[in-house]
Design a protein around this ligand. Sequence first.
Ligand code: ADP
Length: 376
Amino acid sequence: MSVTQQQVLDSLSRIKSPRGVALTNANVLSAISASDGKVFFSINVDAAEARAWEQVRAEAEAAVRAIPGVTTAMVALTAERKPGSAPPPPPSRGAPGVQQAHAHRPPQGGTSPMSRQSEIPGVAAVIAVASGKGGVGKSTTALNLALGLRDLGLKVGLLDADIYGPSVPRLTGLRDKPELNAERKMIPLKRFGLSIMSIGFLVEEETAMIWRGPMVMSAVTQMLRDVEWGKLDVLVVDMPPGTGDAQLTLAQNVPLKGAVIVSTPQDLSLIDARRGLAMFKKVNVPVLGIVENMSYFQCPQCGTKSDIFGHGGARHEAEKLAVPFLGEIPLHMAIRETSDAGKPVVDSEPNGPHAAIYRAIAGQIRDQLKSVISTG
Ligand code: ADP
């Protein structure tokens, strides 16, 4: 049974805003994505009123979930500072010049910037895998590094926060919808020994989502906080590509212990990687290093290496910028085919050369996180 936007609007019309107006007349609703029983939308309110709206958000989510045929409902509360309203507290990690558009369910016990990026209970380290632009293999790298960390004996989760094009469903073959636990937190899906969550489990990968920064932030915050991650050594966050305001706000609001930047050797994407570095620097997140993906072409038949993109650019760049260079991953059919078939190479060819490369990079990441994760 398919659920229509009208059904969603009908159910929302019975909910009242804090000022007593029907939610559908309060001029706060984003476009509603309703497909295949999965409903997603946001309520956009003034930051000063966010607290009062949390109850409404919860009611709206419950009402939508109660519509017959709805399998998943996710309602994000986004709060924006409107011109003329009181400024928000300064960001703890200082991002001068960044338009504050923090969103979300105000944390218990205050809305200080610190509590906004409070640790996730049970998760020792959250790290981001980022890239200056799309298509450089960021998601492939994030998943294979997560598996590399798993192979080192760590408990690992993967959060696909690439809200513009979640690819983790494709890379893992997972299509199920997360179930809810007794506290109504989403239970991450399990595959390859990883705990995995993706916005793609909630909305269609193909759904064109033109989301504004605050909505991205809110959706990611919910996936971080409203998911029962359990006990993890490392949670790898596959960031949305790019270095715009949405990414910056995310980097600032997620309690990151470090970031890995993925780049191809071409000049253009190196420039983008440089922007990524600058972004994390701005928000005081340590860059654990740069990975050069599609570094050289390795002939599947003869094993000959060819530097089709001018290999080594990222290593050189990393040296110049004084950040660690973590390694080079070749452009290889095996990586592409396994990724696109939902069988990542570190898991499907654990004894092959590619798995060894990813594991070596994972080892360097683990070493840098040693002070926060227990490796015993
Ligand atoms: P991004 O997350 O940066 O958009 P993806 O991880 O989705 O990129 O990768 C884009 C495409 O490139 C996918 O088809 C993937 O299989 C392929 N790919 C990624 N890394 C490699 C590699 N090292 N060798 C071959 N193909 C790769």
